[in-house]
Structures are given as C-alpha cells and as structure tokens.
Design a protein around this ligand. Structure first.
Ligand code: NA7
Length: 531
C-alpha cells in the first residue's frame, strides 16, 4: 500500500523535469514537480540575457517522444534563441497540460529518507513538507550561479546585472558605459548582442575562449527534410558520441590524413560551424599534438578576424587544450573588437582588484561605468544537488560527495535509496546534446519504476561495489583525455574550494546508452531492489 503523498516528486520544471512528469503520468504514476521559479523552462527561463542562444542546433535540441509535437513545431533558426526555446517549453507544458501538476515558487530545501516508511520527506522553503516514494532530481547542470568573490561588488553606484537572472522586462543599455565580466558563452553572447547599442563596452577577460562561428540561419528547408524522416534522424543522434549529428564524413584519426587533408578537414569543420569542430579528429582530446593543430587553426582564424594584431593575441587561448573548456558558438564575437566603442581589459596583465561606487579597478586603472554585467558562470553539475540538504540517517550527500561525486551510472548514489538524478554527474550530460541524454535518462528511470511496480518492489539503491567501479571508470576514462589539463567547470575548477574531479562521463552517449541498456537487461545488475 502506498502511504506516501506521491509516487514521485520531481525537482525542477526544465526540459528534464517536464518530460519526466509527462512520462510518469502516462505510466499511471502520481507525480508532482516542485519548481523554485515562477514559470517552466529552467535554464531557459532564467538565462534571458541579450543574445542568449543554445549552442546545440534546434532540430536536435528538441523532444523526440511525440511525433505530433515534432511535426507541429517549427524552429526558425539553426540555433534557437532563448525566447524561442522558452516558447517551445511553454507550448509543451500547455499541450500536455503539465502545469496542473507543478507547484511553482517552491524550492526544495531538504530531502530525508525514512527507512521504515520507505519514502522521502521533501521539505520546501514555504515550510511545507510532503512525502514521496521516489524523488527525481531534474535540477539542471548549470542552475546554481557562482557569485565571484570580488571586493566592493555591492558598493557599485550604477546598475548591476547577472546574466543568469536578467530582468524579464529587459534592460535599456542605450548610450550607457557598460562592463562585462566573464567571457564564457553567456559573456560572449551578451557582448556580441549589446555592443552596437551601448556608448562604450569594456570586456574584462580572465581566460580567452575558443569560439566557432554559428553561421546561424533560417532553416525552413532543412527542417522540412528532417521532418520527413524524424524517427530515423533521432535514431542516428542516439548512436553518436555527442547525441547529435556532426557533419559527415565520419571523423577519422589525425594520422589518417596527410597535412593538406588536415587543413581541408579543419577548414570544412570551421565552415560548417558550431561545436562539431571539436570532433574533427577522433583523437583531438586525446593527443596533445593533434589538439594543437586544431587549436592553431582557430588561433589563425581569430587573427584573421581581429584587426589589431596585439588585441588578437590577447583573445587567443594559450593555457589549455582546445575543447577541454566548453567551447563557444559565436555570432560575430571576435569582430566586435573591431568596433571603436569596444575595448578589452586582459585580467592576466591587469588583475581585477575590486569594484568601487564608480566602476572597476583592474591593475592600476580605474574604469568608470553606468552598468556592470557579470557573466561569471555556475557551480556546474553538483551545485544544485548539493544546495539541497539530502540525508538518510546520519549520511548526507554533501559529506559523501565532499571529495567529488560518487554515483552508479550517474543515476543514483549508494546510501540514498529511491533518489534519481537526470543528467547528473558521471553521466554524459553536459558533454552531449542534453535533450538526447534527458530522454534516455527519463525513459530508463521510468522503465525501472514500472518493473518495480510489477514486481512489488519498493526500494532500490546501487551496490557500493558497482558504484566504486563506475566512479573508477569515469575517472580513469577522463584521465586518458586532455580534459583534466584545463581549469574548467567540467573539473569544478571555477568554484573556490570545490574538489577538482572531472564531472561528466566522457566516453560518449552511444557507449553510455549501451551500458545502461545492458544493466537493465541483466536484471538491473549493480542495483539492489527489495520489497
Ligand atoms: P562559464 O563558461 O563558466 O564562463 C564564466 C566566465 O566568467 C569565464 O570567462 C570565467 O573566467 C569568468 N569569471 C568567473 N569568475 C571571475 C572572476 N572572479 N573574475 C573575472 N572573471 C571571472 O559560464 P557561462 O555562463 O558563460 O557559460 C556556462 C555554460 O552555459 C556554457 O558553457 C554553455 O554550456 C552554456 P575563467 O575562464 O574561469 O578564467
């Protein structure tokens, strides 16, 4: 008999939470979403800064679970901008009437597992609590921002904005002197979008980024072609390393090309645009000399784009292998620096000393501004899970993961029964097209819950040995690559005090899916299920 309030509580109403709710409802489970924000959308609700755009192509970055949805929705651009993505998510919520089972402005604060009742008690910031047999954390990988420890930020006399919490009504930056701190995707997109409007824009760059052009365009014809064969197209995506198509022909190892062909291949990948550049060679993140060839090609492109040679050199990354920090997909970023109203402060030469009521001091220079914009990143992958006080008796997830996440398949952590994560650490997650990974996780979890229901089993958790093996596999495979050489958010390096461990599973969506499917076929090998 089910004594809990719900079969499942899902935390978060982004892409993953919404699909999980839809799926559980279809399967006859009683599920509810608790969402901290006032609206659906997750990442795509909060990150509404100017120029916000997905770096995965819109045809790929969409649900595949309903052919009718695939056919009725028309993406306008190769890379969808935030308003279009949010409109899509709202459309999905309305089409399947999902909002009736979502409680908005309800932030989960604690999860406590009761062994006797075999359910979780879920407490929220409104003081309420409810119980659920299962909890599914659809909390997002980039949902907890990092507040940089910069002296005087609160003393600034002008307006301060954060890209991850941009005012819904927008901000008029016309004729303003604006600073942007941070040059990851959020910074690049903001900089590119606002440069034409502001009086002057000063970019504070700590680490340059590799950015590949989006060559964004309308996609009426491409969309029609894909719509004519969507099932096949999706099946193809699911057996790729990144969960999305990359330009053909299939990548080969660097040594399979002669020098001229190497340039041809990099030129072709560059001309195609987007993140597939990082798949130019199968050994691009394995072999330093191969990586250097790909990085040098991009460096030359930056030199070609930026008129001032000295400035171009400052914009070229030199301190980490290409693709080991998240690459960016840009729509004219480097060209922005050819404008008279844009300047760069290289924080490696002139360290950021602090914020004053008038502006920012870097090196010996005081820069005056009307507006400060921070695009300083997130406590990636583990941040949102660690923000919740998750406990089972004396065991807390914060303690257990203090030296880095420990999971089995990136889906569950030993000691925390009936708690699942979607696209959590040690799954392909941020290294993949999130929509492919989200659907794979939701489908796998949902199938498991059906099996448990059929068998009358109420409790599941990973065996410690299976978890240890998975942690070793994820760390060992990452160590075979160049990824650990970069101080990236993949490594947790952007959060002071965070243990540096490579967070996602690096071997690919295709391999990962085979492993998960194999585990299920082997009667959920490595999991312990009990009545
Ligand atoms: P990112 O990619 O983590 O970028 C954050 C940027 O902010 C990056 O350039 C950081 O430099 C910079 N940063 C962070 N703290 C500071 C301080 N204290 N001073 C100066 N500069 C700082 O976050 P985004 O939001 O742009 O992108 C996140 C993901 O969203 C992106 O990868 C896509 O997947 C979509 P650093 O490199 O750490 O030296």
């Amino acid at each position: 008999m089910n004594m809990a309030d719900h079969d499942a509580v899902i935390i978060g109403a982004g892409f993953s939470g919404l699909y999980q709710l839809y799926k559980l409802r279809e399967l006859g489970f009683d599920a509810v979403i608790l969402e901290a924000g006032p609206e659906v959308g997750g990442t795509w609700y909060w990150n509404r800064y100017p120029g916000a755009r997905c770096d995965i192509e819109s045809i790929e970055y969409s649900y595949s679970f309903d052919p009718e949805l695939e056919q009725e929705w028309n993406w306008s651009e190769r890379y969808a901008a935030q308003p279009e993505l949010l409109a899509y998510i709202r459309h999905v919520s309305d089409k399947y009437d999902l909002r009736k089972d979502i409680e908005f402005q309800t932030r989960v604060t604690t999860l406590d597992f009761d062994d006797v009742a075999c359910h979780w008690t879920v407490r929220t910031d409104d003081g309420a609590s409810r119980t659920a047999r299962f909890v599914i954390a659809a909390t997002g990988c980039l949902s907890v921002p990092v507040q940089p420890e910069i002296e005087g930020v609160d003393d600034f006399g002008g307006d301060t904005y954060w890209t991850w919490d941009w005012p819904e009504e927008g901000v008029d930056l016309t004729d303003k002197r604006v600073a942007v701190v941070g040059t990851g995707s959020s910074g690049l997109q903001t900089i590119t979008a606002i440069a034409p409007d502001v009086a002057h824009l000063t970019v504070f760059q700590r680490t340059p980024v590799f950015a590949i052009p989006a060559f964004n365009h309308e996609i009426d014809e491409e969309l029609a072609e894909v719509k004519s064969r969507y099932p096949e197209f999706r099946a193809e995506s699911r057996v790729t390393r990144g969960g999305a198509h990359c330009a053909d022909p299939e990548a080969k190892f660097f040594d399979e090309y002669n020098p001229d062909e190497v340039v041809d291949e990099l030129s072709r990948r560059w001309a195609d645009g987007g993140l597939c550049y990082q798949q130019s060679f199968l050994d691009l993140v394995l072999d330093p000399s191969v990586n250097k060839a790909a990085a040098d090609f991009v460096a030359d492109q930056i030199r070609h784009k930026v008129n001032d040679p000295a400035l171009a050199e400052k914009l070229i990354p030199t301190t980490y292998p290409i693709a080991t920090k998240r690459m960016c997909v840009d729509t004219g970023y480097f060209e922005v620096y050819n404008r008279d109203n844009v300047s760069l402060v290289d924080l490696r030469e002139e360290p950021l000393k602090g914020v004053t009521p008038q502006g920012i001091i870097a090196g010996d220079t005081a820069h005056e501004f009307d507006v400060l914009i921070f695009a300083t990143g997130f406590d990636a992958m583990t941040g949102a899970l660690q923000a919740i006080d998750i406990r089972h008796g004396d065991l807390t997830l914060r303690d257990k993961w203090s030296e880095g996440p420990r999971t089995y398949l990136g889906l569950m952590s030993a000691g925390f029964p009936n708690l699942f994560t979607i696209t959590g650490p040690q799954s392909p997650s941020v290294l993949s097209n999130m929509l492919t990974s989200i659907e794979q996780h939701v489908d796998w979890i949902s199938d498991l819950l059906v099996v448990m229901r059929e068998r009358g089993q109420r409790r599941i958790e990973p065996e410690v040995q299976a978890e240890t093996t998975w942690v070793d596999i994820t760390n060992d495979t990452a160590d075979l690559t160049l990824f650990p050489q970069a101080a990236s958010w993949y490594m947790g390096a952007n959060v002071p005090g965070k243990r540096r461990v490579f967070l996602p599973f690096v071997a690919g969506v295709d391999v990962y899916k085979q492993i998960c499917d194999g585990v299920a076929v082997a009667d959920y090998h490595g999991f312990e299920m009990t009545a």
